[in-house]
Design a protein around this ligand. Structure first.
Ligand SMILES: NC(=O)c1ccc[n+]([C@@H]2O[C@H](COP(=O)([O-])OP(=O)(O)OC[C@H]3O[C@@H](n4cnc5c(N)ncnc54)[C@H](OP(=O)(O)O)[C@@H]3O)[C@@H](O)[C@H]2O)c1
Length: 270
């Protein structure tokens, strides 16, 4: 199948980088009005700067859409002539529903809606995807291989879950960065120099994430228990952090619920 990418910014660029790194002989048609990043200067990349040029020459079997949600409608309208009824539309735009693409391209257009997150830029992303009724298992497997180049990929069967997915893995990196900030502030509150406290907090999150990655079969709860000696300092800390009334579990539920609510509100406006 021939692949095209529309929008080669942060997220589209991460995808293209992964596609090129796979090392195959596939050719990628890329529509991007600006210059391409240096890694994309490659004989396997056809760069189109205008939709007119793209529509004239490109006939992709799968069209990956990676422009900002607010410019998605005009971008799609300009590409209609390059899209056949069987062309697979793959969108990574936040909040854009499958139905919104079928309004433009046709009610039976096969569409995959995917939600990546920012670590995709370094190949450590978490992408979740959902397919419209017309997408075959074979097409899902094929697209999955191309979407999965930025990290891990999971599928959901129900599009309504995409707001929940966005609230956990889409927005999740920001929660972890907030954790670094608050841990560093807490270190200052017990006497650490701000610079040192930030180094400790940041490296601790990096190290803990790497440990979790190196041991995928061990549940997070066990990883936590492994570093919690009975009667020790970590146990004393976790009694506060995971305390039923005050702390983290309830805060995280409210955090994720707020993101879901905002996602639903934005979805109604789209
Ligand atoms: N970044 C993330 O963490 C993230 C996470 C999840 C999902 N997403 C989704 O990924 C999509 C892209 O986000 P991004 O952060 O990668 O944005 P971005 O860096 O701004 O990239 C978008 C690219 O598309 C180009 N573009 C604009 N209009 C176009 C058109 N009509 N045809 C072709 N290309 C066009 C832009 O060029 P100009 O700069 O010249 O306008 C830019 O290079 C969004 O829909 C977003 O919701 C992003």
């Amino acid at each position: 199948m021939t692949l095209a990418l529309v929008g080669c910014g942060k997220m589209g660029g991460a995808l293209l980088r992964g596609w090129l790194a796979r090392g195959g002989h596939e050719v990628f048609d890329v529509l991007e009005p600006g210059d391409l990043p240096s890694f994309a200067i490659d004989p396997r990349v056809n760069h189109f700067k205008t939709a007119t040029d793209f529509v004239e020459k490109a006939r992709p079997e799968a069209l990956f859409l990676a422009v900002k949600p607010q410019v998605m409608d005009p971008a799609c309208e300009a590409l209609r002539a390059a899209v056949a009824p069987q062309t697979l539309i793959v969108s990574i735009a936040a909040g854009r529903t499958i139905e919104s693409f079928q309004r433009i391209f046709g009610v039976d257009q096969p569409v995959i809606r995917a939600m990546p997150n920012t670590p995709a830029a370094i190949g450590k992303g978490m992408t979740v995807a959902v397919a419209s009724g017309g997408v075959s298992e074979e097409q899902k497997a094929w697209v999955g291989a191309w979407l999965g180049v930025t990290g891990r990929l999971e599928w959901v069967a129900d599009e309504a879950l995409m707001d929940a997915v966005t609230a956990v893995s889409g927005s999740g990196p920001a929660y972890v960065f907030a954790l670094i900030e608050t841990l560093a502030q807490a270190g200052e509150s017990v006497g650490l120099d701000p610079v040192l406290s930030m180094i400790l907090a940041r490296q601790t999150i990096i190290g803990a994430a790497a440990l979790a990655e190196s041991d995928p079969g061990t549940p997070a709860e066990s990883l936590r228990r492994n570093v919690t000696s009975p009667g020790g300092t970590t146990e004393a800390a976790l009694e506060v952090l995971l305390d039923e009334t005050a702390a983290l579990p309830d805060l995280m539920i409210r955090t994720v619920a707020a993101a879901v609510a905002r996602g639903q509100a934005l979805g109604q406006k789209a």
